[in-house]
Design a protein around this ligand. Structure first.
Ligand code: PLP
Length: 337
């Protein structure tokens, strides 16, 4: 990637004159079987321009209750788009058409019009869980029967495809628009892509400019992105295998609870409540050994496998977690005696 960045052909992408960005956008559109694509600075910006391009102020947007767009994107679509979130509690991050139908209200002068349904594949807060092609299609068909659009936050869409051993198009066929990240599992340093029909991408391009995301010689980013798409997808299966190993080992440690059915891709979420510590305390204890984990909230902890994390690192993480859990239990016994 560094070599590709060094030798990238560059131009001014605000004028659409950067050949490397143009190549990346064409590649992304083709991979997803859509008309056009747009490079953005981040997944958050990609989701925001996607939503703004398909709604107007005062519209209602349906989202899963734990959606990244609702939870972690600073309320951008409400703050900047004047949109109202309508939350649906899914199962492992997946909503059904019945779930969505249950919250939709009829057209009435008192209600905001609903225009967009957002789905997340893989679902981050549910633990990297996947939507299957048929789950996606059911929601899409329902949306179309109600005149609604579907946007997919596909930050990790290639993880979802690899985990199910399917072509990514089997998942993108049943959405109007999507975004996916070049960073995260695909290992590029920066960037995400918005994908959909040409009219939508033209609108998204204007919103990206409005949000300060029009970049000039952005080919330095796109060059790494091309390698991300062309060369980094197949190796995601290694991340998934490492995540499964990690989950199996963590589940054996006394005081840790973990639902292995949720470990479908490269994310492992588990609970340390029975160790009597908060997620933040646990994360700090692991950090002392150079292991990075994230506190989701309360006693829930998140670990992610990615390029550069090998089986030896999983073994080291498991033996360290075992050791730290033992220390915590001993400290608690000595405090109560
Ligand atoms: C599902 C999902 N969507 C969107 C994003 C936002 O991406 P970014 O951090 O590039 O803004 C993330 C980031 O973790 C994510 O997990």
């Amino acid at each position: 990637m560094l070599e590709a960045i060094r030798t990238a052909k560059l131009g001014d992408d605000v004028y659409r004159e950067d050949p490397t960005v143009n190549r990346l956008e064409e590649l992304a559109a083709k991979k997803m079987s859509k008309e056009a694509a747009l490079l953005t600075t981040s997944g958050t910006q990609a989701n925001l321009v996607s939503v703004l391009s398909q709604t107007k102020r005062g519209d209602e947007v349906v989202l899963e209750a734990d959606a990244h767009m609702y939870y972690y994107e600073v309320g951008a679509f409400s703050a900047l788009g004047g949109l109202i979130p309508r939350l649906v509690r899914g199962r492992a991050g997946v909503m059904t058409s019945d779930d969505i139908e249950g919250v939709l209200r009829p057209s009435n002068i008192h209600f905001p019009p609903t225009t967009l349904i957002c789905i997340e594949n893989t679902h981050n807060r549910a633990g990297g869980t996947v939507w299957s092609p048929s789950q996606t299609k059911t929601v899409f068909d329902f949306a179309k029967s109600r005149g609604l659009n579907v946007h997919m936050d596909g930050a990790r869409i290639f993880n979802a495809a690899v985990a199910q051993n399917i072509d990514v198009r089997d998942l993108t066929r049943s959405v109007d628009t999507l975004m996916f990240c070049l960073s995260k599992g695909l290992s590029a340093p920066v960037g995400s892509l918005v994908v959909g029909d040409s009219e939508f991408v033209d609108r998204a391009r204007r919103y990206r400019k409005m949000l300060g995301g029009g970049m000039r010689q952005a080919g330095v980013i796109a060059a790494a992105g091309i390698i991300a798409i062309e060369e980094m997808v197949d190796r995601l299966k290694d991340d998934h295998a490492n995540a499964r190993l990690l989950a199996q080992g963590l589940a054996k440690i006394e005081g840790i609870s973990l639902d292995q059915s949720r470990v479908q891709t490269n994310i492992v979420i588990y609970d340390v409540r029975d160790l009597g510590v908060t997620a933040e305390e646990w994360v700090a204890r692991l950090q002392e050994f150079g292991i990075k984990a994230g506190a989701v909230e309360g006693t829930r902890v998140r670990m992610v496998t990615h390029r550069g994390i090998e089986k030896d690192d999983i073994d080291f993480t498991l033996s360290t977690a075992q050791k730290v859990a033992g220390q915590i239990r001993r400290e608690q016994v000595s405090q109560t005696t």
